[in-house]
Ligand binder design. Structure first.
Ligand code: B12
Length: 217
């Protein structure tokens, strides 16, 4: 299968919610030497984006959405170690705590961002989903985080990003911990409005934004 066909098949298996096929194609892409981030962004993510559009239009329902997310996650499970390995052998250049905010269980995008940051030399503590402002503060302090990454996929959970910033300020951590926000509904404008230090629209851009925010060369 050539690379174009492979990426199209990856998109299709997410649309079909085909978990086995998603994992099989991920294995195949590794054997063919396709960079894992390309398989994710140019293959599987295209499928889940299309699923989002169909769901919004009412052409597809929650069980199908869940099946597509499961297929996406099966592929990520195969690709994650390889994404994180891409640039190993370098020393840790920063410590990051990342998570999806309270009330929100979307974790696909956040997990991709976490893996790409690991691959680029950051030590990343992933707190998972539905993380309270208090938990972000506690873990950022314990881990000695330079930066906290907050993911929100729902318009109703975006305001929790602001609450986390407030909680960091109240705990006296805000001047040493930078805050980066992301997630499909989040914008640069929202980031400035809530007083975050930065925003990135995807995982690749997150790396350069984090470097910029932390003042790394
Ligand atoms: C998959 C999915 C689900 C899966 C999630 C599975 C999982 N484990 O994550 C399931 C089925 C569980 C789900 C549930 C729900 N979902 Co949903 N879901 C989606 C869908 C289709 C795709 C999300 C996704 O994974 N995208 C792919 C990834 C790669 O993209 P991403 O998340 O945007 O991440 C990228 C960037 O945003 C960025 N990024 C992400 N996080 C961060 C963090 C930082 C720090 C940075 C810098 C960057 C960054 O980088 C990532 C990689 O490039 C979206 C549609 C959409 N357009 O987003 C709807 C969507 C988000 N869901 C929606 C809804 C309504 C729901 C439910 C309420 C449905 C219901 N009735 O129960 C529940 C909510 C449950 C909850 N409390 O959270 C709506 C939200 C509408 C709104 N206005 O808020 C959407 C937009 C669908 C729609 N069009 O209506 N969902």
């Amino acid at each position: 299968m050539d690379r174009g066909d492979l990426l199209t098949a990856m998109k299709q298996c997410v649309l079909d919610g085909d978990v086995e096929e998603a994992a099989r194609l991920a294995e195949l892409s590794l054997r063919q030497g396709v960079p894992p981030i390309d398989s994710v962004e140019k293959g599987y993510v295209q499928g889940i984006n299309e699923v989002g559009r169909l769901f919004e239009a009412g052409d597809l329902f929650l069980p199908e959405l869940v099946a597509s997310a499961d297929a996406m996650k099966a592929a990520l499970e195969v690709l994650k170690p390889w994404m994180e390995k891409a640039e190993t052998g370098r020393k840790v250049i920063g410590r990051i705590v990342i998570g999806t905010v309270k009330g929100d269980i979307h974790d696909i995008g956040k997990s991709i961002v976490a893996s790409i940051l690991v691959a680029n030399g950051f030590d990343v503590l992933d707190l998972g989903v539905d993380v309270s402002p208090a938990a972000f503060v506690e873990k950022a302090s314990e881990f000695g985080a330079d930066l906290v990454g907050l993911s929100a996929l729902l318009t109703t959970t975006m305001p929790v990003q602001r609450e986390v910033i407030k909680a960091l300020r109240e705990a006296g951590l805000r001047d040493r911990v930078k805050v980066l926000v992301g997630g499909a509904p989040v914008t640069g404008r929202w980031a400035s409005e809530i007083g975050a230090d930065g925003y990135a629209e995807d995982a690749i851009r997150a790396v350069s934004v984090v470097r910029g925010v932390l003042g790394l060369p």
